[in-house]
Design a protein around this ligand. Sequence first.
Ligand SMILES: Cc1ncc(COP(=O)(O)O)c(C=O)c1O
Length: 441
Amino acid sequence: MALDRNAVPNDLNAFWMPFTANRQFKKAPRMFVAAEGMHYTTADGRQVLDGTAGLWCCNAGHKRPRIVEAIQKQAAELDYAPAFQMGHPKAFELANRIIDIAPKGIEHVFYTNSGSESVETALKLAIAYHRARGEGTRTRLIGRERGYHGVNFGGISVGGIVNNRKFFGTMLAGVDHLPHTHLPENAFTKGQPEHGAHLADDLERIIALHGPETIAAVIVEPMAGSTGVLLPPKGYLEKLRAITKKHGILLIFDEVITGFGRLGSAFAAQHYDVLPDMMTTAKGLTNGVIPMGAVLTTAEVHDAFMQGPEHMIELFHGYTYSGNPIAAACGIATLETYKEEGLFERAAELAPYWQEALHSLKGLPHVIDIRNEGLIGAVELEPIAGEPTKRAFSAFLECYDKGVLIRTTGDIIAMSPPLIIEKEHIDQLIGTLGDVLKTLA
Ligand SMILES: Cc1ncc(COP(=O)(O)O)c(C=O)c1O
């Protein structure tokens, strides 16, 4: 008799979960069934404080009325419009609203459905931009060690997280990497570290090695999140900008995590006052509620494509769901929520309290570094000898049992709460983590 899988709602076998220890999870599942404000509700009815804004994306917290209503209304009005050769008003409105809060000099928006797609789009745009200007030899892409740029082939090629790369063959050709910016002498620095601007000089070496006329773009996270919160040393991003400009190379900031208020400004480009040629975004663009990403570009990048006969498509790239109406409505409602509640400013105001709370964990067992910026923070633990990742994962499980959601990458605990967080929540989050660290093997 054929198995009726739908009759077995608790059979967890079919769903192959992403970036998850599937076998461990399915033995002891951690299920969320509802969310509101700063909290998730688990299947067994417990409240869990969201210390990670979902996956660095629910910057306005959960179940926000304006967002819920916008999605419901849009679904009932215009569910889908073809993305190619047709338009609908909300995609244009959202683009204008994004440009309103983007750094001066950023003028155009190309929609995608995720951070990974934003990265692929930006890399393709970079190569095609140079070609459109008669510099078709510029095809090389430079990323950085420990960089995370999503999971597609372009992104893992320029990315530098070993486990995200090594299982997947040879990836893109013509890619090189800058060194990462994590220096031991910066341990326990509050905010941007003093040492390491010189690491940007390595770009000159890479350029000399390949020839500037072969390099299309450099892509970095202005503040690297997924690898465990690595901050740019003071002066580092400025140097990258100066060197790329000098050699006619585009600079792409991957702002998938840093975009939409995480550091206390709309974008890291404003926080660090360095203007890239392109920015990749997703996550906070729609508060994580409907999948959507966007690549933001200068007029110079965009205008290079606007040539040839007017009836011709200028860029042979796009997604069925680029600018999807429900995602666009969700994006508009999200940006309105951020603005109405002053959430970017709120992140900046709370950052000093957040910083002191985080750094109060210094001296607890296994803690070898603490890093922070805006409303993001990381606590790095000494790995258990021969069992990397296990200590931090145990901390994650224990925090979850105690009603607090954190995230781990390797033996680093990362936190990035919704920007609506209150001081009592910060105390609870850091207090719980501290209690767990004191008892951890
Ligand atoms: C900097 C950066 N780029 C790209 C991505 C990929 O985004 P997505 O998972 O939406 O594809 C992420 C996700 O965490 C990210 O942090």
